[in-house]
Design a protein around this ligand. Structure first.
Ligand SMILES: CCCCCCCCCC/C=C\CCCCCCCCCC(=O)SCCNC(=O)CCNC(=O)[C@H](O)C(C)(C)COP(=O)(O)OP(=O)(O)OC[C@H]1O[C@@H](n2cnc3c(N)ncnc32)[C@H](O)[C@@H]1OP(=O)(O)O
Ligand SMILES: Cc1cc2nc3c(=O)[nH]c(=O)nc-3n(C[C@H](O)[C@H](O)[C@H](O)COP(=O)(O)OP(=O)(O)OC[C@H]3O[C@@H](n4cnc5c(N)ncnc54)[C@H](O)[C@@H]3O)c2cc1C
Length: 674
């Protein structure tokens, strides 16, 4: 029997789950949104952006040709950009629209099943103008970019190099005669490759190139470069630009390639906040830290933690709601088939996804606040906190994107065959999030950046020198005894820190041994990189666990008792889950016994059962409108089978009773006339 809820026919199993939920869902929504005010503002923005129906497509994107898909994405980007400039900017309290509203960013997902071709304009082009220009340059470029009179992207990666920025080959050679830079692509591998929107959409881009002046190379620097005519959009002479072709995801992002044939730009188009080339070609370094030109990447790494938390919330909403309506198997012959959500293995797959979405959401807010503090210090000329922040943002980007991609795939597994349908929404989420593990710094490469910092911090701890906050636990690494296991939340967090410290110590010891045996420092480091990655991962897990726990305790201080309980259960689940995933490490670096681990497994299983009645309430608390989920399996009303059939009937393959392929191939073959 179906029930109605807000004038909506709701699947009875979902209605039953909602009736069972014992906590105030709205209170948890406020926690996830960062406060009631944010929830109210988000809802206003969503109402304005989505109630008009402008986000909807007549024909599903998945049935369009690549060209139609792209054009449709541009059409909707223009609609959304216009809304952003007008109604939404005002609602979000921004003077101008842009990078600073995660809500506006998240609401955009209702318009795009994949991504907007404007993503790089708002995600990297505008932030680079904000972060790398002098005030004069900014006052020229920023209003034009924010008003979308020009559209840009960020072209750094080349065919031959993405990770190793110092290895980029595009050159920008200063010509003092004309006061211009000459951009050139000397080899095939120097062609810019990947930049989003470059293929067909943008007319400007940030180009990262090796700067030459007075015969000397000064390393990579950013330039703002016009590549298409502002009126006709035709590529300018000296520019070779195009789209790179189909990809696993991002197929509406027209990622592109770009080559230069001695292409000239004015001297003022070098972004000169951190370094300058004077009219006569003299190079002047302004910045106090050598890596400030990497600033846009650091910004995006911070943003991505929030981005993947949101996408994981979507996947877990889809999979939990579906698991509540799906019934399968008959373990007890006299009873009806259970909801698959009742299987403990299903709970094991899904509840960690819900907890991780919370953990990453809270860590992302904390990371953003730390980033703002670092930027404020740098404004005053102090770059002391940058190395720690680079190490922190690198590992959080790596682990959050990797965990989210893995858990989204786990949500797909949890949805069985139907999860494989594009209409379930999960494949697009996975394709999007799995790319985040690679772009803006590959997983391994970024963890090795964190490992560099950890090793240095370990050496400082060894020398009894002061440590920065996120690695202060290393001070206890020299006690000589194994950390005492204790299964309280704080005890588990201390154990995670002991694992990170222990793994770092092993790396340092092994590197020293290898160097004593005759290896160079570089080779000893290289031979230890598997363990260094593991140490950085352990460090990051300790940071996430600690931050999640502290933030939940803080944010629920005034919550109602049942909300406190369910939020505590989720954080505890997160800690138990990762302790059980790392039993070998715990045995190596803490006093944990076999019995402790057996008890922990039982406590984990009991926790799953406690969370079970609130599972649908927990995903409802993410408060994701159906327009954002794009899912036949995860809609609020649970009309799963009806929606699957409706979508199947929309398939262009069902337009004709007999396919042309019958008369062309099948019939001739079957009649022996092929
Ligand atoms: C209308 C429609 C609307 C649609 C909605 C739109 C809404 C928009 C809002 C947008 C919001 C968000 C979305 C954002 C999504 C954007 C999508 C992005 C797509 C992808 C873009 C890209 O991928 S761009 C390319 C990125 N590339 C990389 O990340 C390259 C990775 N490589 C590196 O970073 C570096 O090369 C390296 C760090 C690996 C090494 O650098 P290098 O060789 O120079 O250094 P060393 O290893 O020698 O180290 C020397 C010391 O420097 C330290 N270091 C390195 N990097 C930094 C840094 N960044 N900061 C500080 N310090 C740094 C390093 O640690 C060494 O230190 P020591 O050990 O002390 O010597
Ligand atoms: C969807 C998508 C969108 C993108 N958008 C943009 C964009 O808009 N603008 C832009 O400039 N770029 C963009 N990129 C490029 C992206 O930033 C790079 O692909 C990314 O930084 C990884 O670099 P790479 O491709 O050179 O990988 P590689 O460095 O070649 O990595 C290949 C393998 O080598 C390993 N490896 C590399 N170096 C080391 C090392 N030092 N130690 C150990 N292992 C190593 C890696 O771990 C990985 O396993 C995009 C990429 C994707 C997938």
């Amino acid at each position: 029997m179906t029930q109605t809820n807000n004038n909506m026919t709701v699947n009875p199993d979902l209605a039953m789950e909602r009736a069972k939920c014992n906590f105030n869902v709205l209170e948890v929504t406020h926690i996830f949104d960062g406060g009631e005010r944010n929830t109210l503002q988000r809802k206003k923005i969503e109402d304005v952006a989505l109630n008009s129906g402008a986000s909807k497509d007549a024909l599903g994107e998945e049935h369009m040709s690549p060209k139609e898909k792209y054009e449709n994405a541009v059409r909707k980007s223009c609609i959304y950009a216009t809304m952003m400039k007008n109604e939404l900017a005002e609602l979000s309290g921004l003077e101008s629209f842009g990078v600073s509203s995660p809500v506006i960013r998240r609401t955009a997902d209702a318009f795009f099943k994949e991504v907007s071709p404007f993503l790089l304009h708002l995600g990297m082009f505008v932030p680079t103008i904000m972060g790398q220009c002098t005030p004069e340059q900014q006052s020229y470029w920023l209003p034009r970019a924010l008003d979308m009179q020009i559209i840009g992207t960020y072209a750094q990666t080349e065919l031959g190099h993405g990770t190793f920025i110092r290895g980029l080959e595009t050159t920008a050679t200063y010509d003092p005669e004309t006061e211009e830079f000459v951009l050139h692509s000397p080899t095939l591998s120097s062609y810019k490759w990947w930049a989003g929107g470059l293929g067909k959409t943008v007319n400007y881009c940030i180009v990262v190139a090796q700067l030459y002046t007075k015969g000397e190379c000064h390393g990579t620097h950013p330039f703002i470069v016009q590549i298409r005519d502002e009126d006709t959009h035709v590529p300018l002479p000296g520019i070779k630009v195009g789209e790179i072709g189909p990809k696993m995801g991002f197929n509406t992002a027209d990622n592109g390639f770009l080559g230069f044939d001695h292409y000239r730009i004015p001297r003022e188009h070098m972004l000169m906040k951190n370094a300058q080339v004077l009219k006569d070609g003299t190079y002047v370094k302004v910045a106090r830290h050598g890596k400030l030109t990497y600033g846009t990447m650091v910004f995006v790494r911070v943003v991505l933690v929030n981005e993947v938390a949101f996408n994981l919330a979507k996947a877990s909403t889809i999979a939990v709601r579906y698991s509540a309506i799906r019934r399968q198997s008959k373990p007890k012959p006299d009873e009806v088939e259970p909801q698959i959500l009742d299987y403990v293995t299903q709970q094991h797959k899904l509840f960690i996804a819900i907890a991780t979405a919370h953990a990453l959401q809270l860590c992302s807010t904390w990371l953003w606040e730390s980033f703002s503090a670092v930027l404020a210090q740098m404004k005053g000329g102090n770059t002391d906190t940058l190395p720690e922040f680079h190490a922190l943002s690198s590992c959080l980007k790596a682990i959050s994107t990797s965990d989210s991609a893995h858990l989204i795939e786990q949500c797909r597994h949890a949805c069985g065959g139907h999860g494989y349908m594009i209409s379930s929404g999960i494949p697009n989420l996975y394709n999007f999030v799995s790319a985040t593990r690679t772009y803006e710094g590959d997983y391994t490469v970024l963890l090795l950046q964190t490992a560099r910092f950890l090793v240095k911090a370990y050496e400082q701890a060894e020398a009894k020198k002061p440590l920065t906050p996120t690695v202060s636990y290393l001070a206890h690494a020299f006690s000589g005894s194994r950390a005492t296991w204790d299964n309280s939340p704080d005890g588990i967090i201390r154990s995670f820190q002991a694992l990170a410290a222990g793994k770092t110590a092993v790396c340092v010891t092994n590197m020293r041994k290898r160097m004593r045996a005759g290896l160079s420092q570089v080779d000893a480091w290289e031979m230890s990189t598997i363990q260094l990655v593991a140490a950085a991962e352990a460090h990051c897990r300790a940071v996430i666990a600690d931050t999640y726990r502290k933030e939940i305790v803080r944010l629920t201080a005034n919550s109602s008792p049942n909300v406190k309980v369910v939020m505590d259960q989720l954080t505890t689940l997160y800690l138990y889950y990762w302790a059980l995933e790392r039993t070998g490490d715990l045995l190596m670096f803490t006093s944990v016994s076999q019995k402790d681990l057996v008890d922990l497994q039982i406590a984990y299983e009991e926790l799953l059962l406690k969370i079970r009645p609130n599972a649908v309430g927990l995903v409802d608390a993410f408060d994701l409108r159906d327009e954002l989920l794009h899912s036949t399996l995860g809609s609020y009303d649970g009309r799963v089978y009806e929606r699957l059939m409706e979508e199947a009937l929309k398939s262009p393959m069902n337009k004709e009773p007999v396919s042309d392929a019958y008369s062309k191939y099948l019939r001739p073959m079957m009649k022996g006339k092929l």
